[in-house]
Design a protein around this ligand. Structure first.
Ligand SMILES: NC(=O)c1ccc[n+]([C@@H]2O[C@H](COP(=O)([O-])OP(=O)(O)OC[C@H]3O[C@@H](n4cnc5c(N)ncnc54)[C@H](OP(=O)(O)O)[C@@H]3O)[C@@H](O)[C@H]2O)c1
Length: 342
């Protein structure tokens, strides 16, 4: 049993984007491993835009059909998070000390848990462990499954991606490109748009914060987009509805640009555009497809190894970085998948 366990706990429920003051760091004795449980020593914990929704006092998409973490996080509880770590103790026959796993282990050093919290076993590879939270974890799997289940891509089609320089977005852009599509990324600021083109191979990238956003969009997709992989909602999606090709698809994967859904934000009506352009709009939640997680990783792993799928990570050092880390994502300050090294 470890002597100490540092934990990031939720002290008040945020309205909108969680800020540093909504959390506190505590130390307590390390957990004991109960019968049938494993003890995971977290090496990296994930920081995800979805944490805003998990903290909201309403049902959110961590609630899923496959029994993973569910419901709003309790005040006083450890912040829910995916993590990757080493099993340092086991009272379960199928898990051995020394194995590495990812799962719902929270923002803390150690987690004693039922193995149902495990999302995947990490095979021994030469790759950095942190990748199992990013391009080989939730973000890569979301991109892969979103495209393969709903994308229906054909070579030569035009694909637009929002949060294009981020972890999910950059993977979507590259996977679409590998399938012979023309890719257009939307990101905030010149550093990220340059990254989109130079590092992630987008054919064009547009800065949604620039004054010429609407004109740049019209120029980038003169014949309309066949697929919009929407990670933001809000003003980016409002602009995009005028630039979809007839029969186009919109995959709604995230709503990063809308800080609060209560009360429901009011925006332009899209129904006429959806009707006249015969669009298909579909929501996508990766956790609904947990049974395909392994297949997604099997396909992503060789691409990463061969350098065909590039990734960026932003590693913050120390659990002290956690309380402000989600707000930082919403300030757009991350260049790549944000993880915290413990
Ligand atoms: N449905 C699913 O199963 C699932 C799973 C994982 C992630 N997601 C979603 O995928 C999206 C990307 O997640 P990620 O983990 O890869 O994060 P990320 O893109 O690496 O980081 C979040 C990015 O969101 C952008 N952003 C923040 N506030 C914004 C605003 N007001 N308007 C427009 N963009 C804003 C920022 O990029 P800029 O600087 O470019 O603005 C920021 O860097 C999120 O919406 C997330 O919720 C969905």
């Amino acid at each position: 049993m470890p002597s100490l366990n540092r934990q990031v706990r939720v002290v008040t429920r945020p309205t909108g984007i969680p800020q540093a003051e909504h959390f506190k760091i505590v130390q307590e004795p390390g957990p004991a491993v109960g019968e049938g449980q494993i003890l995971v020593h977290n090496h990296f914990v994930s920081v995800d835009p979805a944490m805003r929704g998990w903290l909201a006092d309403v049902a959110n998409y961590a609630v899923n059909s496959k029994g993973h973490a569910s419901g709003a996080i309790q005040i006083g509880g450890v912040m829910r998070a995916m993590a990757v770590g080493e099993i340092s103790g086991s009272r379960h026959p199928r898990y051995r000390p020394g194995d590495f796993v990812t799962g719902w282990f929270g923002w803390q050093d150690y987690c004693a848990t039922d193995p149902r919290a495990v999302v995947q076993r990490v095979p021994p590879t030469e790759l950095p462990l942190s990748l199992w939270l990013g391009v080989l974890g939730l973000n890569g799997v979301t991109a892969y499954l979103g495209l393969s289940i709903l994308g229906n891509l054909q070579a030569g089609q035009t694909v637009i991606v929002s949060t294009a320089a981020g972890s999910v977005g950059a993977t979507v852009g590259q996977l679409a490109k590998l399938q012979g599509c023309r890719t257009v990324g939307i990101a905030g600021g010149p550093v990220k748009t340059r990254l989109c083109v130079e590092e992630f191979g987008y054919d064009a990238a547009i800065d949604y914060k620039a004054d010429n956003f609407a004109a740049a969009l019209a120029e980038a997709v003169p014949e309309g987009a066949n697929l919009y992989f929407d990670n933001t909602a809000g003003i980016i999606s409002d602009a995009l509805r005028n630039h979809m090709a007839i029969g186009g698809r919109i995959i709604i994967c995230g709503t990063a640009s809308v800080a609060n859904w209560d009360p429901t934000p009011i925006g332009p009506r899209s129904e006429r555009y959806i009707l006249t352009r015969r669009l298909t709009v579909c929501g996508f939640i990766a956790f609904d497809h947990a049974d395909q997680w392994g297949e997604a990783v099997e396909n992503l792993l060789p691409l990463v190894r061969q350098g065909k799928l590039r990734y960026r990570e932003e590693i913050l050092d120390g659990i002290e970085q956690a309380p402000d880390a989600v707000a930082g994502l919403y300030r757009g300050e991350n260049l790549g998948k944000r993880v915290i090294r413990l």
